[in-house]
Write a new protein. Structure first.
Length: 195
């Protein structure tokens, strides 16, 4: 058992003056589902599920968390941001500044549990809450819809980022990504078999 070692999953719950269904209601829903599914199970490491505020204002919530916990033993931190829009190609980006090994582990978990999700591993250091953890010296990466890169997202940060926009929110894709996230967390924290 390694209860002092943390496996962290996070998502920001703020938006930019709009409904924020994809950015980032989708990520927030995913971590809430992870809490529901994994909360009653035992793990060797400690799972910590965090909803951050003010990502859109400059990663304020995640930076405050990292500043308050500089000496935590963090195995990894997975950030979930904008996972409910795939442009029809079933692609999910996995991104960090320099944690390729973790990105590949997330991609492998998505392959095992994500039911047909195509992963694209990047190292752009895309701007989201995982960067606060990377800046604090922790291993971290994020998952987000690949549509940013291949098609653009016409509704992000606008009124169209809503469950009411026809054809915008892809619930099936978000569900598959969430399954992959849950599987990754269970593998990293090491699920303890029931006696």
């Amino acid at each position: 058992m390694r209860p002092g070692e943390l496996v962290i999953v996070g998502a920001h719950y703020d938006s930019v003056g709009n409904p924020g269904a994809n950015d980032n209601g989708s990520g927030t829903a995913a971590i809430m589902e992870a809490a529901q599914v994994l909360g009653a199970r035992a793990f060797e490491a400690t799972l910590r599920i965090i909803a951050f505020d003010n990502e859109e204002g400059g990663l304020v919530g995640s930076a405050a968390y990292v500043d308050a916990h500089p000496n935590d033993s963090v195995r990894c931190m997975l950030n979930v941001d904008t996972i409910a829009q795939d442009g029809g190609d079933h692609k999910l980006s996995i991104d960090s500044s320099n944690h390729l090994a973790m990105e590949n582990q997330v991609a492998a978990a998505m392959g095992r549990y994500g039911q047909g999700i195509v992963t694209v591993v990047r190292q752009t250091g895309d701007m989201s809450d995982h960067l606060s953890f990377e800046s604090g010296g922790f291993t971290a990466c994020e998952v987000y819809n690949n549509d940013w890169w291949d098609h653009g997202d016409p509704y992000i940060h606008g009124a169209g980022d809503s469950v009411d926009t026809p054809g915008y929110i892809n619930y099936a894709f978000a569900t598959k990504v969430t399954r992959g996230v849950v599987g990754f967390l269970a593998e990293q924290a090491v699920l303890v078999a029931a006696p």
